[in-house]
Design a protein around this ligand. Structure first.
Ligand code: NAP
Ligand code: GLV
Length: 309
């Protein structure tokens, strides 16, 4: 019985240390140096090569090494009868909240403008908007979206969420379903995308969506590149429908060197680092799910394959 870590181009030594510290009896193998594929019963995957899971005939569980699972659902070698789980982790939520808060404050406080002023040794004070005057719309009100929304509300921003299914009434209003998307967008000055990538959400950040936003809205995409129609963002910026965008995720990663986003003055790019999984925090649930899978017990954070998240 062993766990295989399949994360090409990433140093996973902290994962190995963390897993074995928690359970010294655990056999951990790191792809591609897997000596006994038939003994692998639990696969921990990130950016795994499509098709690789076929090499492990005795899998009892496949786990994403992050919150998202689109990479696994898209892979035909991910065995249909084997449960798929993902990470839900406090450290992941905290780090996502830090990133989004940084993006919101950078935008709301106009730091880019002050950076430009500094180059000219210019001392000019710009007033407002006040936090409560800014409406922040969080698309995707799940584990991360909910946490981020609450942190933003604690800072005094006016926050709303959007989800697939209705939520109980709370201090943060949540609109649900595609019928309410237009209403949600119409009040959103800063749009934060924290949706999972599914057939229903693919390309959702498009010209129509941007058209519903108040003029000059700002976009933060920290979910997946497949949510965004790149040309529609460029057009929305050219026409000033959007004032700027902070992008952490891209349809193709790494973002190709000749992509127009790199040189756009109103786009800020980070290399998919909004919330990196902290192995020392996340190993606990991996080990727990490993033991549950071995004992045939109900797993934590199981993905609903039909729903796509
Ligand atoms: P989650 O707990 O599964 O929440 C997903 C949310 O999206 C739920 O509120 C769900 O609605 C909503 N949703 C799904 N399909 C929808 C649709 N068609 N229309 C409206 N709402 C829809 O996911 P999570 O853990 O918060 O993670 C969200 C995503 O963040 C991940 O899938 C991943 O791609 C991304 N992520 C990025 C980074 C990064 O570093 N950039 C790090 C971690 C995660 P219901 O509540 O009604 O089900
Ligand atoms: C990162 O993108 C994740 O899904 O955890």
């Amino acid at each position: 019985m062993s766990i295989a870590i399949i994360c090409p181009n990433r140093d996973v030594s902290d994962w190995v240390v963390g897993l074995q510290r928690l359970d010294p009896a655990l056999q951990v193998e790191v792809w591609p140096d897997i000596r006994h594929p038939e003994q692998v019963e639990f696969a921990l995957c990130w950016n795994h090569p499509s098709g690789v899971l076929r090499r492990f005939p005795n899998l009892r569980c496949v786990s994403s090494l992050g919150a998202g699972v689109a990479h696994l659902l898209e892979d035909p070698s991910c065995p249909p009868g084997v449960p798929l789980v993902r990470l839900v982790d406090d450290a992941l939520k905290q780090s996502m909240a830090e990133y989004v808060m940084h993006g919101v404050l950078d935008c709301s406080r106009g730091f880019a403008r002050y950076r430009h002023q500094q180059m000219r040794a210019e001392w000019t004070v710009h007033q407002g908007p006040w936090n409560a005057e800014l409406n922040i719309g969080v698309m995707g009100y799940g584990e991360l979206g909910r946490y981020v929304a609450k942190k933003l509300a604690d800072f005094g921003f006016t926050v709303a969420g959007w989800s697939r299914t209705p939520k109980p009434a709370d201090t943060i209003p949540v609109l649900s379903g595609h019928d309410r998307l237009g209403d949600f967008l119409a009040k959103t000055n800063i749009l934060v995308c924290l949706l999972p990538l599914t057939p229903a959400t693919q390309g959702i950040l498009n010209v129509k969506t941007f058209g519903h936003l108040p003029r000059g809205a700002f976009l933060i995409n920290v979910a997946r590149g497949g949510h965004l129609v790149d040309d529609d963002l460029l057009e929305a910026l050219d026409t000033n429908q959007l004032s700027g965008a902070l992008l952490d995720v891209f349809s193709e990663e790494p973002l190709p060197g000749n992509h127009p986003f790199w040189s756009h003055s109103r786009i800020t790019i980070t290399p998919h680092i909004a919330s990196l999984t902290n192995p020392f925090s996340a190993v606990r649930q991996v080990v727990e799910n490993y033991h549950r899978a071995m004992a045939g017990q109900q797993l934590r954070n199981v993905v609903d394959r039909d729903r796509g998240y």
